[in-house]
Design a protein. Structure first.
Length: 322
């Protein structure tokens, strides 16, 4: 029997036995992005000190690139629709095999703008039983915020969480452990590849970053997504350490000067990463310039991770109530 998002609400009524029989529970998140769609699994358990531990189990990524159709033609083509339906059916089967406690499927920029999005969502529901929720930019930023990255950062400085996707970029300002602002802009890697980012879009991003710079001096960036993770690796900086804007600029210039094939074999990039990584670097560099950011840290989490955290928070609340 197909799983649905409604099943999450039934599952959330179950209580966890945390003392006599410590166990882990598993959740899944589906992120239907403009460049790729992802299925992420997490095991969550309580350690000996009563702290919740989140451990990634598996990630499946399929580079369907819905944004190539939507940002150019306004709708998702039949070819990409068929691929999306097949991928979602495969995801449904994997979710059943993993026997998850709950899951959630969210769609972002490309599906927000596609003329035929509602029709495709109905087909996904009919063929797979999966309910897909199209979320706006602010909700996307809030889900990313659910990762609780700011809790591990110094309260003495401000952090700008930057998530660069295929169709949009979300920025959230943290200060003193709390989110102070959250904004979404129609600036993304796939849009840039197809020259679909306007001067007005860039101006809006610039104005917001400059305002944040005036309110919160000495901002540090927190980068999210596969592109910034790869960019950090190319700088040679160890995972978990910060790297400078100048180091990012050096990598960007080398990548931009290289052909697509060179990026693939010399820098060990997948073909669907080799083209978007350059505009991704451009977006990060522009934001850092606008907000006068000199260093970036990459915790290696994103929207999918945020969905998992939100599912677990809802689970805990319902378990406490019951």
């Amino acid at each position: 029997m197909p799983l649905t998002n409604e099943s999450t609400h039934n599952i959330l009524s179950e209580k966890m036995d945390r003392i006599d029989n410590p166990i882990y529970i598993k959740f899944a998140a589906i992120d239907i992005g403009s460049n790729a769609i992802r299925l992420l699994f997490y095991n969550i358990y309580e350690d000996g000190n009563g702290q919740d531990v989140f451990k990634k189990v598996a990630l499946t990524r399929v580079p369907i690139r819905l944004g190539e159709d939507v940002f150019v033609n306004g709708s998702i083509s039949k070819e990409k629709e068929d691929k999306l339906l097949k991928a979602m059916l495969a995801f449904r089967n994997l979710i059943e095999i993993h026997d998850v406690k709950g899951y959630r499927a969210c769609a972002t920029s490309a599906m927000r703008e596609a003329d035929n999005a509602n029709e495709i969502i109905k087909k996904i529901k009919m063929q797979t039983g999966i309910d897909v929720l199209i979320i706006d930019g602010n909700t996307e930023a809030d889900l990313i915020f659910s990762n609780h990255i700011a809790e591990n950062m110094s309260h003495a400085r401000a952090y700008l969480y930057i998530d660069v996707g295929g169709g949009s970029t979300e920025i959230s300002l943290f200060f003193n452990g709390k989110k102070r602002s959250s904004d979404s802009f129609n600036i993304g890697t796939v849009r840039m590849l197809h020259d679909k980012v306007t001067d007005e879009d860039w101006q809006q991003l610039k104005q917001q970053c400059q305002m944040l710079r005036e309110l919160y001096p000495n901002i540090m960036a927190i980068g999210s997504g596969g592109n910034i993770i790869k960019l950090q690796k190319l700088t040679g900086v160890a995972e978990g350490s910060s790297f400078s804007r100048s180091q990012l600029k050096d990598v960007y210039q080398k990548l931009k000067a290289s052909s697509l094939s060179t990026r693939i074999w010399k820098y060990n990039l997948n073909p669907d990463r080799a083209d978007v990584i350059v505009p991704a670097a451009e977006i990060y560099l522009q934001i850092c310039k606008y907000a006068d950011i000199k260093s970036i840290i990459v915790p290696q989490v994103g929207l999918s991770d945020g969905i998992i955290h939100k599912l677990y928070e809802d689970f805990r609340k319902e378990s406490t109530i019951k």
